[in-house]
Design a protein around this ligand. Structure first.
Ligand code: AMP
Length: 310
């Protein structure tokens, strides 16, 4: 059985539904990717690597993971921290605003739980995924340790996969993010950048520009996402452009890139070509953006994926 480890943070999501009522769910980029991968490729063992608390919401979060058939043996329970939380508010013009409480979340402590034993178990896996958000969340004092562990996995033959998701407010300044991203670019076997993220940090404005930007790092597989525009890839130095069908009735683009990543990686782990994997991933992202929130309803998602040829 193929397996993949998604390291990062899942948060409690609150959405205002009235003057004093809220809807509560769970979301976070690597968790979203894990959900969509597992929904499409049940034969791939899919683990989230994170830390939560010992509180009731953490229990509920784990239940949700189990409901999506995600392996939780590496979701550690911190003694006195709790999950991060964010609130989505929509103003009168329909503009959404996010407020976060995640500076002291359990997930920031994840590296403390990555003992030699744990890393040894990951070392027999196929892929290890983390994002720019995962990097930002890891405490600064623990980043050197994180890179040592990632290096160990790479040396053991695990494919290292990075999505340079950039969230400015999680970093002290751009330079701090760039320093960590540089290490990630160097260690990665697969990169899944979105043009938007690299545009902000490096001024690279086109998908082809992103491929050029990635070249010096010698990454085996680079998949560049660019919203409704075509996806551009490079595999072993060979570039390709893949047309995607733009969605007309976009409801909410939250987690489009996450769904893309999860389904792309699942497709590759189950032996699909880059071209087939991009088509499935783009279909998944196209479905997700027609539903509100990060996680689309399972039945509707799977039925649309079946229509897309899964
Ligand atoms: P982004 O993170 O905006 O680059 O989007 C990630 C992926 O979602 C893209 O590579 C597309 O496959 C898909 N996507 C985003 N926006 C659209 C859209 N309007 N129509 C179709 N697919 C989209």
């Amino acid at each position: 059985m193929k397996n993949i480890y998604f390291l990062g943070e899942c948060m409690v999501e609150l959405r205002s539904t009235g003057e004093s009522t809220m809807h509560q769910s769970f979301a976070g980029d690597v968790y979203n990717s894990a959900v969509y991968l597992k929904r499409c490729f049940s034969e791939v063992a899919t683990s989230v690597v994170s830390a939560v608390g010992k509180d009731k919401l953490s229990d509920k979060m784990l239940e949700r993971f189990h409901g999506e058939n995600i392996d939780t043996q590496f979701v550690f329970r911190h003694e006195n921290k709790a999950p991060g939380l964010y609130l989505i508010e929509t103003d009168d013009t329909g503009e959404r605003r996010f407020t976060y409480w995640r500076n002291d979340s359990a997930a920031r402590k994840i590296v403390e739980f990555l003992s030699d034993d744990v890393v040894e178990q990951f070392a027999s896996g196929d892929m290890f995924f983390f994002s720019g958000i995962s990097l930002a969340v890891i405490e600064q004092s623990k980043r050197t340790q994180f890179w040592q562990k990632a290096e160990q996995l790479k040396n053991a033959g695990v494919k290292v996969v990075f999505d340079p998701n950039y969230r400015a407010r999680l970093w002290k300044n751009e330079q701090e993010a760039k320093t960590e991203f540089e290490k990630a670019f160097r260690i990665s076997d697969v990169l899944l950048p979105g043009v938007e993220d690299l545009a902000v940090l490096y001024g690279v404005e086109t998908a082809e520009g992103v491929l050029e930007f990635c070249k010096p790092y010698g990454v085996e597989e680079v998949i560049v996402k660019n919203g409704p525009e075509s996806v551009v890839t490079s595999e072993a130095g060979v570039s390709q452009r893949h047309d995607i069908i733009p969605v007309k009735n976009v409801v909410d683009t939250t987690s489009a890139g996450d769904a893309f990543d999860g389904v792309y990686l699942g497709a590759r782990l189950t032996g699909r070509t880059v071209t087939d994997a991009v088509q499935l991933a783009a279909s998944a992202a196209g479905i997700v953006i027609q539903h509100p929130g990060a996680i689309a309803p399972k039945a509707a998602f799977l039925s649309a994926m079946a229509d897309a040829g899964l």
